[in-house]
Structures are given as C-alpha cells and as structure tokens.
Design a protein around this ligand. Structure first.
Ligand code: IMP
Length: 364
C-alpha cells in the first residue's frame, strides 16, 4: 500500500523565527556569512567556500557571465547554464574566471563526457548536475565519470532531491554538495503537471536532519543547497535558519540588471523576462528528458515577467543586511550558530495577516 505522510508539505512562508538573547557583540558588523560549498572532514576546512550563501540558478534567463561576475564579486557563485552549446558555456566560464571570481557550471546527464572537459579547461571551479530529478542512476554515472577522470580535484554537486533517500543516494555516489527542491520554483509547474514534488521547507527540514546524522556518524559534512521557492528575503532567512548552507535562486537574480534577459516596459512599469528551463522557450530537454527521447513532450515551466529590480549590488546589499539583522536578533554571528540556535514556529493565516501592515490605509 502507498505510504502517506499526513504532515502537510510546508513552505518557507509558513514559518517565523523566535528571537534569542541578543548580546552586545551581536552587531551586523561582526556577522560572518561564510558557508561551505563542498564536503569536508570534521576539523578540516572545505576546499571551496562562499562568502555569502547564494548561488544563481543554472538558467538561460539568470546566469550568464555578467551575472556571474557581479554575484562572484560579492562572494557568491553563479552556475552558468548548460542549455547552450559547450563552446558558448565554456566562453562564459572563461570570461567570468578572467575577473578573478569563483564560477560554477551546470552539466547535464546526456552530453557530460563532451561538456565537462572544456568546462574544466575553461576554469570552472565547480560543476553541478542540472536535473529536475536527482534521485537517478544517471547522476551516479556523471559523478563516476568525474571521479574516474579527475579524482577529487574537480568538484561536483548533484540534485535535486527532496528526502533522505535521495540525499543518501547522492552522497554514496560521491556528490560534493547536494541540492534539493522539486516543484517549488516560481516558474515551475511540475507539481501541477506531474503530481510530484514537496514543499521546500518540509524537504529541507528532513534532509538537514539526515545530513547532520551523517556528519555525526562519518565526520563528513555535506553542504546542502536549497533550490527554488525563495520568493522574498524572509524566505531566504528561514531557509538558512533551517540549515541550508546556501540558496540557489532564479527569479530573485533574474530581476537584476545583470541577468541576461531583456527589460520590457508594460504600462509604464519595467519588467525582466524570466522563463523556466522546462518551458518551450528554453528547450532544455536534457533537464526534463521524457520517454528517453529528445525534445520536450510537455512543459514543466512557464515563460514570464518579473519586476525589474535595478543593479544587483543595491538589492543584494539590502538582502544581506536583513539576514545579518535577523541573525543578531537570534543571537548568532555565524550561519552555523544561526541554525543551531534557531527556534521556528508555524504560523496561522491570521498571524500572516497580522505580520503585514493591517487595519491602516498605507500611503501611496
Ligand atoms: P525560483 O528561484 O523560485 O525562481 O526557482 C528557480 C529554480 O527552479 C531553478 O534553480 C530550478 O531548480 C527550477 N527550475 C528552473 N526552470 C524550471 C522549470 O521550467 N520548471 C520547474 N523548475 C524549474
């Protein structure tokens, strides 16, 4: 008989943090947002770390060279999209690398033997398998290929998964980090189309617990990347409090000037185009391969507009200020402390209403 999880599938917007004691040293200037990017042994330092816990999504409308340079300059990382020719992707990696920042590159489970060597040669610091379903033997094959050719020198993340079984499978396969999330992306219609996926918070909470147990048992820490479903800064904060090491975001970065898509003006308001990799526009059948054939049989993503948000530096600086402020409210100076100290509460619809401006007429 099918197993049922009766606990509802939760999203980040359903949680709030309780403040902890804020001591005098808890000032934003003292907060350190460093986060591990790849697995490491207890007592050792990871071979790669981020200075801020953000990665941009492997998407045509998000992560080109301009975004990679801007985000890399802040100490985050862009994963250059792989739904383009190997040469074009390698050129973007090379261009980013020439600015002296970390850069990642997406790879798929189809042409990886041809794609990975030029990306490594172009200077990619880390690879990540781009797939809507990471709990698959194809991912094992890609990691095996990397280990066989480069040993541990070339780093590779894998995903996406939503539970402990998927996590354990990818860890056993040798992933350097594990990415999670199915169906939570802003442009994603996978859950509607296929009835598969899980609320991002539920997925994250289960996998963090398993990851922590894995660390206790083996002494190897596996960083977790929470991918998709971060609509607002408060969602990012909740995800970090829940134990994500870094967050991959699509829409949030697509809004900025540095994303590759066009600015369009509709009724006097500026927007940026943002389309899913599973949309007909992206034609990324390698991510959404179906029935073993080439081509998209049905769409799992939409083509959309998102509000234009100006230069990344302005928006991201504000986001980072909010994270640091909350960490201080919660008596934490590092992300590890933040998640260790976090006490979260599920909110009711009434408390969500109470949490916004209410019973007032907000001035225009
Ligand atoms: P967002 O940050 O909520 O916009 O979600 C971005 C994430 O959605 C990406 O990193 C992918 O994991 C996922 N994604 C990208 N394109 C599609 C799609 O067409 N359908 C479903 N998920 C997608």
């Amino acid at each position: 008989m099918a197993k049922i999880i009766w606990e509802p599938s939760r999203t980040f917007g359903e949680f709030l943090l309780l403040p902890n004691l804020t001591k005098r040293e808890h000032s934003p200037a003292n907060v350190d947002l460093t986060s591990p990017l790849v697995k490491f042994k207890k007592g050792e330092k990871p071979a790669l770390s981020l200075k801020i816990p953000f990665a941009s999504a492997m998407m045509q409308s998000v992560s080109g060279a301009q975004m990679a340079v801007a985000l890399g300059g802040f100490g985050g990382i862009a994963f250059i999209f792989c739904s383009q020719s190997v040469q074009d992707q390698a050129n973007m990696v090379k261009e980013t690398k020439s600015k002296g920042v970390l850069v990642g590159a997406g790879v798929n489970t189809h042409d990886y033997k041809d794609r990975i060597p030029p990306l490594v040669e172009a200077g990619a610091d880390i690879l990540c398998i781009d797939s809507s379903d990471g709990f698959s033997q194809w991912q094992e094959d890609v990691i095996k290929f990397v280990r066989g050719k480069y040993g541990d020198k070339v780093k590779i993340g894998a995903g996406n998964i939503v539970d402990s079984r998927g996590f354990e499978f990818l860890v056993k396969a040798g992933a350097d980090f594990v990415k999670l999330g199915v169906g939570g992306g802003s442009i994603c219609i996978t859950r509607e189309q296929k009835g598969i996926g899980r609320g991002q918070a539920s997925a994250l909470l289960e996998v963090v617990e398993t990851r922590n147990k894995h660390f206790e048992k083996t002494g190897v820490y596996i960083p977790l990347c929470s991918d998709g479903g971060v609509a607002f800064d408060n969602h990012a904060i909740i995800a970090l409090a829940m134990g994500a090491d870094f967050l991959m975001m699509g829409r949030n970065f697509a809004r900025y000037k540095e994303s590759p898509s066009k600015i369009v003006t509709i009724n006097g308001k500026q927007y940026k185009e943002y389309w899913g990799e599973g949309s007909a526009r992206a034609q990324n059948w390698q991510r959404y391969g179906k029935e073993g054939g080439k081509g998209l049989v049905f769409e799992e993503g939409v083509d959309s507009y998102t509000d234009y948000a100006g230069p990344l530096a302005d928006g991201l600086t504000k986001t980072l200020s909010k994270i640091k402020a909350t960490m201080c409210n919660c008596g934490s100076l590092t992300l590890a402390e933040f998640t260790k100290n976090a006490i979260l509460t599920v909110v009711s619809q009434a408390s969500i209403t109470e949490g916004g401006a209410h019973n007032v007429v907000v001035k225009p």
